[in-house]
Design a protein around this ligand. Sequence first.
Ligand code: NAP
Length: 248
Amino acid sequence: MSSNIEGKVVVITGASSGLGEASARHLSAQGATVVLGARRIERIAALAKELQGNGGKALAVETDVTQREQVQKLVDAAVQDYGRIDVMLNNAGLMPQSLLENLKVDDWDRMIDVNIKGVLYGIAAALPHMKKQKAGHIINVSSVAGHKVGPGGAVYSATKHAVLALSEGLRQEVKAYNIRTTVISPGAVATELPNTVTDPAVLDRIQQLYKEVAIPADSFARAAAYAISQPEDVDINEILFRPTQQVY
Ligand SMILES: NC(=O)c1ccc[n+]([C@@H]2O[C@H](COP(=O)([O-])OP(=O)(O)OC[C@H]3O[C@@H](n4cnc5c(N)ncnc54)[C@H](OP(=O)(O)O)[C@@H]3O)[C@@H](O)[C@H]2O)c1
């Protein structure tokens, strides 16, 4: 067990699958207390039970990150049950990529609501507690798409560029409170994420990419654990990683 993860209270949004679920397992195995948020309560409840069965501390709270009060409830539950929040992992996201000309405006709205506003609501919920504690760590999830734009990816990339910008602004503003900030930008990682794509014009390309190069979700969990496990005076601000085989 790593001493700088053990005992920390980590709130994870989007903990019902993919990167969030893998992070919950990995951090719990390292002795963290994990507070799991997602809409699919049955999945996070089962995960919490499993982690408790392995001797860990875990709590599941049904959370839709597009609803500000639900994100607040998730964070407040962590503080109420465990006394503090050490890490806020703003991970929930979706990627219904499409060509702009196909006018999937509802998908644009959903990406903006979950990928940007969901992250902001996570920051809003965690920040007051962390300011009071004079300690804490906010980890946001961007993407390689937060650094690059390709056809079909305009809106998704825009949301992930926004996460980078928010993270950098946050980093500069929370020095006085001893709060650390990290933004992690993964490449193709095998999760349920490609299932959110509905536009046939981009679906084939994405499925092919994931089939050829995607790496397991614990790659992300290890990156998050690396940032969390650093001594408190070390702030890992950005991590960008790809599968070794990924070119784009
Ligand atoms: N996999 C990749 O290749 C990759 C690469 C770069 C970045 N990312 C980013 O990584 C993050 C996690 O994605 P993933 O790859 O792990 O995909 P995933 O397996 O589809 O997981 C997405 C998670 O987000 C949650 N979520 C979606 N909408 C939500 C909402 N309104 N409220 C609360 N939770 C919501 C889902 O939970 P419920 O449906 O149960 O609510 C699920 O737990 C996303 O931000 C994604 O953009 C992934």
